[in-house]
Design a protein around this ligand. Structure first.
Ligand code: PEP
Ligand code: MN
Length: 337
């Protein structure tokens, strides 16, 4: 429920109402604005009805939040949320490029790939230490050693780092070594993980599940916000369809749709979205044109030797060329990289 207070409502009246909402076992929200205060009440709406807010002389209007996701919805929060990873910003007109190898493999590979990402204009370095692979026999990542290496190389090249966390018990460890935590497609509905990330104190990049609807993605994000963390970036990374010519079907229509429904920033991963190196740049540019707040792109110093996702990883010079083209596309829309 969204409760708009009358312009002259006193602080005392606001505090009193917040207390009454809480006393009913509902979650109170306080959103002071320039002209008037807006309150929120989340939970069982029958309990809210018992508060008889329509009769409160300090209340101007009361309207339900129609979306099933509440904290994530634009209905409750009309302005864009800006998420910061290190000094990179996503949302509210800011665009950020996240780039790096699929996985941390070794020091030389990571350093060279990170330098390539930075040279191309990336503001955040990505690389997985815990890899959720479809096969138990595939490279699973370097684990904790990989995290330490990623943290060190990020500092060395001067980029904040984002890396995947695959289970709730690892959240503290991964948060200690990274600037943002990624939830992979395979874990989008791992609710224990999402709740733990609500308490992580670090920004979250939440990837869309392979068979998740837009609403499922937004409800997954709601878990993280409801647990106390609103620094969340939504990531469209392609979904499974009948089409097998590409690794996934990159749903770019989801970008403006998500942005209409939610105040959270939306980025696109054209690497996992296509699985094919030559498709990454065109789809990255299309994502920027569609209004994405950023991109996550895989780059590797030597893709044929990559331990994971070589066929979709850009060569360093391709990422540099993408950086230039992105500037042009964003510039045409009055934005910048
Ligand atoms: C990744 O970003 O390396 C990854 C595993 O992505 P996804 O979860 O989207 O498959
Ligand atoms: Mn990958």
């Amino acid at each position: 429920m969204i409760i708009v207070m009358k312009p002259g409502a006193s602080q005392q009246a606001v505090d009193h109402l917040l207390q009454r909402i809480e006393a009913k076992g509902l979650k109170p929200l306080h959103m002071p604005g320039a002209e008037r205060v807006v309150l929120g009440a989340l939970g069982d709406e029958r309990l809210l009805a018992e508060l008889a807010l329509d009769a409160d002389p300090n209340v101007e209007s009361v309207k339900p939040i129609l979306a099933p996701y509440k904290l994530v919805s634009r209905e409750l929060h009309p302005h864009d949320t800006i998420v910061r990873i290190g000094d990179a910003s996503f949302g509210g007109g800011r665009f950020g490029l996240i780039a790096g190898p699929c996985a941390v493999e070794n020091e030389e590979q990571l350093r060279a790939s990170a330098l390539a990402a930075k040279a191309a204009g990336a503001r955040v370095l990505r690389a997985g230490a815990f890899k959720p692979r479809s096969s138990p026999y595939a490279f699973q990542g370097l684990g904790a050693d990989g995290l330490v290496l990623l943290e060190r190389i990020g500092r060395e090249v001067g980029l904040p780092v984002v890396t995947e966390v695959i289970e709730s018990g690892d959240v503290e460890l991964v948060a200690r070594h990274s600037d943002a935590l990624q939830v992979g497609a395979r874990n989008m509905q791992n609710f224990a993980l999402l709740k733990a990330l609500g308490r992580a104190g670090k920004p979250v990049v939440l990837k869309r599940g392979m068979s998740a609807k837009v609403e499922d993605l937004l409800l997954a994000a709601e878990y993280v916000l409801a647990a106390g963390n609103d620094q969340l970036i939504l990531c469209e990374r392609g979904i499974r369809t009948f089409e097998t010519a590409t690794r996934n079907t990159l749903d770019l229509a989801a970008v403006p749709l998500l942005k209409a429904k939610s105040h959270l920033p939306v980025i696109v991963d054209p690497s996992h979205g296509t699985g094919i190196r030559d498709l990454v740049t065109p789809m990255a540019l299309a994502a920027a044109a569609a209004g994405a707040d950023g991109l996550m792109v895989e780059v590797h110093i030597d893709p044929p030797s990559a331990l994971s996702d070589g066929p979709q990883s850009l060569y360093p010079d391709q990422l540099a060329a993408l950086g230039k083209q992105l500037e042009a596309v964003l510039g045409a829309l009055g934005r910048s990289l």
